[in-house]
Design a protein around this ligand. Structure first.
Ligand code: AMP
Ligand code: GLY
Length: 424
């Protein structure tokens, strides 16, 4: 059988997934909602809004889609997969959890309660709602700074605040519980600060079986040496040098297995990816967060190293034959760097003409994020514009290849980090 696949999303993560899907001999046709100009080179893109569940459903019926893969978290948290599986009379494969599974990402309080219940190592915490400001302040006073405050709901990646002093944490919690992040901060998790190095672990599961994708590390800060403001991600590297067999075994035994057990025990049927944000304290892994999707820009590096047929893998997940599946992973390093707009993550201008995108790039791949086609010109359309991912025999080699391409591409205000993978 060959599959008609619908990919939902519009970032460089989705472009790299589309690129990998497009290599599969099992692909009949690739569609994307809404996609971007890069994805449009390899898939048929349709300008349907990802919030418009009814139109997505009609599209799936009309084009006889066999497999739906949702990239971003927001439609999953809003129940896209619940809606499609209830409304469609077809045997479509869904990659992405239903609303209940997506709570792992869409409610920090749910995720913390889940980790505590199933003994999964994570920072100590307490959650407070808007009627409990005084209790929250008392709790803060007992803590040793820095103090971590997390809006319970999705807040576009901005909902975590790390306060260096009690005073600042108290003034932040007041603002948060009074609605600084709207409904997302009507409840707030206050947790202990963990000091260590972070990286990401990606699991593909059907709720009972799973495979673990190559590990990766993202770089969130705008400046080199990991300084400055947080961004949506300035680059990634895979594999991560310090992740050895011993650490992987701890992650499986202490985190992945109990997470799947917990989902089963809570009767949450979960098909899709679980992204586990980890921090290593001493030699032990702790969970910083769960996400119900793949990470961006980790995926751009991971897709380069995943030599398995992605459609075959997703079908094996759905067929419950993952236990027999062994992933084929490229042994090389992958390094991704993001070209961003000048001024990002603060104010920046859009609409800058992008030129000089090379075509023959051998072991480098260019994935679009915020680009837009305006007549014959490609222009910037957001903060994180284009990602460049390269394979290399070493970290240096992979990074150097990405930097060379980053230097070639031109637009006003272009900025990127040259130290991805070398901050440590
Ligand atoms: P999140 O939005 O949950 O990914 O959090 C954003 C970032 O905040 C994480 O990538 C960490 O760098 C940091 N962070 C979150 N929780 C903690 C914690 N308990 N201790 C230290 N850093 C944290
Ligand atoms: N790389 C972090 C994220 O996708 O949330």
């Amino acid at each position: 059988m060959k599959y008609k696949v619908l990919l939902i999303g519009s970032g460089a993560r989705e472009h790299s997934i589309a690129w990998r899907l497009n290599k599969s001999p099992l692909l009949n046709k690739l569609f994307c909602i809404p996609g971007n100009p890069g994805i449009a080179q390899i898939a048929k893109c349709h300008p349907i809004q990802i919030e418009d569940f009814l139109s997505i459903k009609k599209f799936i019926e009309e084009h006889k889609i066999d497999l739906v893969f949702c990239g971003p978290e927001a439609p999953l948290a809003d129940g896209l997969m619940d809606y499609l599986s209830e409304e469609l009379q077809t045997k479509t494969i869904f990659i992405g959890p239903k609303k209940k599974g997506a709570l792992l990402e869409s409610s920090k309080k749910f995720a913390k309660e889940f980790m505590y219940k199933y003994d999964i190592p994570t920072a100590k915490y307490k959650a407070f709602n808007s009627t409990e400001l005084n209790k929250a302040i008392e709790y803060i006073k007992l803590m040793t700074p820095p103090i971590v405050l997390k809006a319970d709901g999705l807040a576009a990646g901005k909902g975590v605040i790390i306060s260096p002093t009690h005073e600042q944490a108290i003034s932040e919690i007041e603002m948060m519980l009074k609605g600084k992040f709207g409904d997302a901060s009507k409840e707030v998790v206050i947790e202990e600060f963990l000091s260590g190095i972070e990286f990401s672990c990606f699991v593909l599961t059907n709720g009972t079986q799973y495979v673990i994708l190559p590990d990766a590390k993202d770089y969130k800060k705008i400046g080199e040496a990991d300084l400055g403001l947080n961004t949506g991600g300035m680059g990634s590297i895979s594999p991560v040098d310090f992740v050895d067999i011993e650490l992987k075994e701890k992650i499986i035994q202490r985190i992945v297995n109990p997470t799947l057990y917990g989902l089963q025990n809570e009767q949450i049927d979960y098909q899709g990816f679980i992204f586990i944000g980890l921090i290593i304290v001493g030699n032990d892994p702790y969970v910083i967060e769960y996400n119900c999707r793949l990470g961006d820009p980790e995926t751009e590096s991971i897709m380069l190293r995943l030599d398995s047929d992605l459609i075959e893998l997703l079908v094996a997940c759905d067929n419950h034959t993952l236990d027999d599946y062994s992933l084929v992973i490229n042994k090389q390093y992958a390094a991704t760097i993001f070209l961003v707009s000048g001024g990002y993550p603060e104010e920046f201008e859009k609409g800058k003409v992008i030129s000089n995108i090379p075509h023959d790039t051998h072991s480098s791949f260019i994935f679009h994020a915020a680009t837009k086609q305006v007549e014959k010109q490609l222009v910037t359309n957001g903060g994180r514009v284009i990602s460049i991912s390269s394979l290399g025999s070493s970290k240096e080699d992979a990074l150097q290849k990405s930097i060379e391409i980053a230097n070639q591409i031109k637009y006003d205000g272009k900025y990127f980090r040259k130290d991805i993978g070398f901050d440590l």
